[in-house]
Every structure is written in C-alpha cells, then in structure tokens.
Design a binder for this molecule. Structure first.
Ligand code: ADE
Length: 420
C-alpha cells in the first residue's frame, strides 16, 4: 500500500474527536453493539474496507467494527462529504487508516478506493457500490478474498441488482438500505431534515410561501416533501411512478410533470437516483433565481453539462457552494455542483438516525463473516432478527415501552378457522 493514510490536515484531530464523541452521545444502539463487540470480538482476523461518507457518525461505526476485532480501512464515498477533522481524528486518536480529503479530485478519489482495496479486505462496505464495482472491474484480483459486502444506499442497491440480473456478482451482498430500520428512518427523516439544513445553510432562503419542487417520491422524497411542508413551503411533487404519484397526491401535495413544475418552482430538489431529471428543456422555463440542488447519491440528476452549454456566463461561488448560471436574462443557482446537498452544504443526517442505520450495518458485519460463504451471490436481505434487535434497543434508549401479544392473541394469529 502506497501510504498508511491520506487526510487533509492531522492538526484538526482534536476538533474531530470532539465532534465524533458528540455524535456518539446520540448513538446509543451503536454504543451497545460496540460494548458487545469488545467482549466477543466477532470480527477477529477480518480485514474490513469501507467506502462511506467520512462523517462523525461513520467514525462511530468504524470504531465499532474495530472494537469487534477487525482491521478497518476507510475511504470516502463522495468527494464533497468528507469532514476533514473527523478523518484526522480517526487516524490520530482511533488508529484507523483513512483515505479521504474534502474536495479531492476524481483521480485522488479513485486512488483512495484502490488504497482500501490494497489492504486485501475479506468484507467490504459501500455507500453507492463504488468498491464493489471496482472489485468487478480493475481490481477483480482482490474480489477472490471477499466473503461478502454490505450496501448502504438505494442507488447502490439498484446498481447491485443490475449486476445480479446480469449474472455478474462474484460474492453475496447485503442490502442494508432495504432494511426497515434503515430506509424508513434514515432515508425519510434523515434526508428530510438534512436536505433542508443544506439548503438553509447555503442560501438562507425563507421556506414559508416558497414553491418547493420535490423530484421523486421515494423514501427520501417523502421525507423532504414532509419537512418542506412543515416549514411552510408550497410543495410540488414530480414522479414517473403512478402509485407514488397517487400517494403524493393523497398526502396533500400538488403533482404535475416537470414540464409544468419547471416554470413554477423556486427551489428544486432531485432525489430520483436517475440521470438528467432536470435538463435544458426545463432550465429554459425556470423563473429568475431558481435554486437547484440534489439529494440523490450521484451528481448526475441535474444535467450540469447541459446547463453550462445553455448559459452565457457562470459566476462561481457567489456564496460558498452556490454557483450562478446566467440563462438568457435569468439567473439559476446550483448548490454544491449538484452533489449531495445534505452532506456537502450541511453535515448529513443527524447522529440519532444514523444510529439505526449503522447499528444495522454493524450487526450485518459478523453475519457476513458467519453466513457469507453460504449466502447466494446475489443481493440478500438483512435478517429480521437484526432489525428486531436494532428497533428494540432504539425504543429502549428512548424510554418507550410497547405491548406484547397475549397467548390467546398469538394463537389467534396462527389460526385460520375462527371467522365471523
Ligand atoms: N449519509 C447521510 N448522512 C450521513 C451521515 N451523517 N454519516 C454518514 N453517512 C450519511
């Protein structure tokens, strides 16, 4: 391996440690799993390479995996989401090699992915399937050692399912994103809050009364629409799926095609997982001062090359992470170069919700070690017992108690002959 780590500035380590420990206060489920891991060392002898957003919440996940006995290596899953102080603290205070510098170029980004694969992992973790993709292309020699992998996000799961359908997957993958303990909370409430946070921090716009266009009504879109409505915005949803469009309508939102929404919106947020959902035909119709941003995994949802071609002038960073494009007589603002607005312009989802996602990830790691060899080379679900454990611990940490079935009720649910 070329370098033992690559972070922007080790002198930020103390600041990073404070933020990691602050996040940890809101991650009680992960802390409990860390305690168990410390005692039982279920990952002993394993090398685990992770490609995740390098945030204070992720730091607590990798600390947990290390406590379980794994040699852990971390690189960034997005060039703009890295918190340099967190990266420095992981290296200096927690002894975890990190390869991530905020704002790194594409070449460095891939050199960092290659660096964590040089560690010869048995287990990998992805947020967007970039490591798995590399293991199936340029780094296929490293794939032979991989027992299993875990995937954190919707976009990654879509890519992995396409690989599975093409018969290409060389090892089993666990779709952590698809667990209820992940997408019902992280995608919905996490993206909902952190996306608004990113827009607010970068623009300081007033939500009350604005026309706010949510592009895509998956779990992330549902969360953003719900929170924008709560902040007083008039929310428009665009969709390509009839069931979701109906759901958005009955949730009380205006649903219309983008050809119409384009001329109405003040702020547009893309969350589709698809490319070019905002493109020149839409830019031409937009109002002066429209703000465009993306909360989907990749920076392909807004057709930026198309916008560049259309515009007569680009004023870079009229505010931090806000670019101004001149289109005819109108101004269009793009946040964070169309990259994840919640992580680039804010600090991502709050720790309390990442607690559930990363507790689910954490418990999936020993499951991969124990079961990986017997799982099909396919996209596999998170076992139900993990979801039960995570939600039970989360409720307990919140001081919330729930009912249990009586024997009579259990029998009733298991029977079929008691009717009207
Ligand atoms: N994805 C969204 N928010 C995140 C966070 N705070 N940490 C890691 N991954 C994230």
């Amino acid at each position: 391996m070329a370098r033992k780590y690559d972070v922007a500035d080790l002198s930020l380590a103390n600041e990073g440690r404070d933020r990691i420990l602050w996040a940890d206060r809101d991650m009680p489920v992960l802390a409990k799993i860390r305690e168990e891991f410390e005692k039982k060392k279920p990952l002993k002898g394993m090398t685990l390479s992770a490609c995740l957003h390098v945030t204070s919440e992720t730091a607590n996940l990798v600390r947990t995996l290390k406590a379980g006995g794994a040699d852990v290596f971390l690189c960034a899953s997005n060039p703009l989401s890295t918190q340099d102080d967190t990266a420095a603290a992981l290296v200096k205070h927690f002894g975890i090699p990190v390869y991530a510098c905020r704002g790194e170029d594409k070449k460095t980004f891939y050199s960092h992915l290659n660096a964590v694969l040089d560690a010869k992992p048995n287990i990998t973790m992805d947020d967007g399937a970039d490591l798995v993709n590399l293991l199936h292309s340029e780094r296929s020699e490293a794939a032979v050692r991989v027992i299993a992998s875990m995937e954190e996000t919707t976009t990654g799961v879509i890519r992995l399912r396409a690989m599975e359908a093409a018969g290409k997957l060389k090892f089993p993958v666990i779709a952590v994103n698809d667990a209820d303990t992940k997408h019902l909370f992280d995608n919905r409430y996490g993206t909902g809050q952190s996306t608004l946070d990113g827009i607010l921090r970068s623009t300081n716009k007033l939500f009350a009364g604005m026309k706010f266009v949510v592009v895509g009504y998956g779990w992330c879109g549902r969360g953003v629409a719900m929170r924008a409505k709560g902040a007083g915005a008039r929310v428009i949803v665009t969709e390509i799926n009839a069931v979701r469009a109906l759901e958005a309508t009955m949730d009380g939102f205006d649903v219309m095609p983008m050809s119409q929404a384009a001329s109405e919106g003040d702020v547009f947020v893309t969350l589709t997982g698809n490319k070019h959902v905002l493109r020149p035909e839409h830019f031409k119709k937009m109002k002066d001062s429209a703000v465009l941003c993306n909360s989907g995994h990749f920076d392909v949802e807004i057709d930026l090359p198309g916008l560049k071609k259309l515009s007569s002038k680009l004023n870079k960073e009229v505010r931090p992470l806000v670019d101004e494009y001149i289109v005819g007589k109108k101004r269009i603002y793009v946040l964070a170069d169309g990259r994840l607005v919640n992580l680039a312009c804010a600090t991502g989802h709050p720790a309390s919700v990442m607690d559930m996602s990363f507790a689910t990830q954490g418990l999936c790691a020993p499951y991969c070690v124990q079961m990986g060899k017997s799982l099909p080379k396919a996209v596999n679900p998170v076992p139900l017992w993990i979801e039960q454990k995570v939600s039970t611990l989360k409720l307990a940490s919140m001081g919330i108690k729930i009912d249990t079935l009586t024997d009579e009720q259990s029998q009733y649910l298991a029977s079929y002959n008691e009717g009207t």
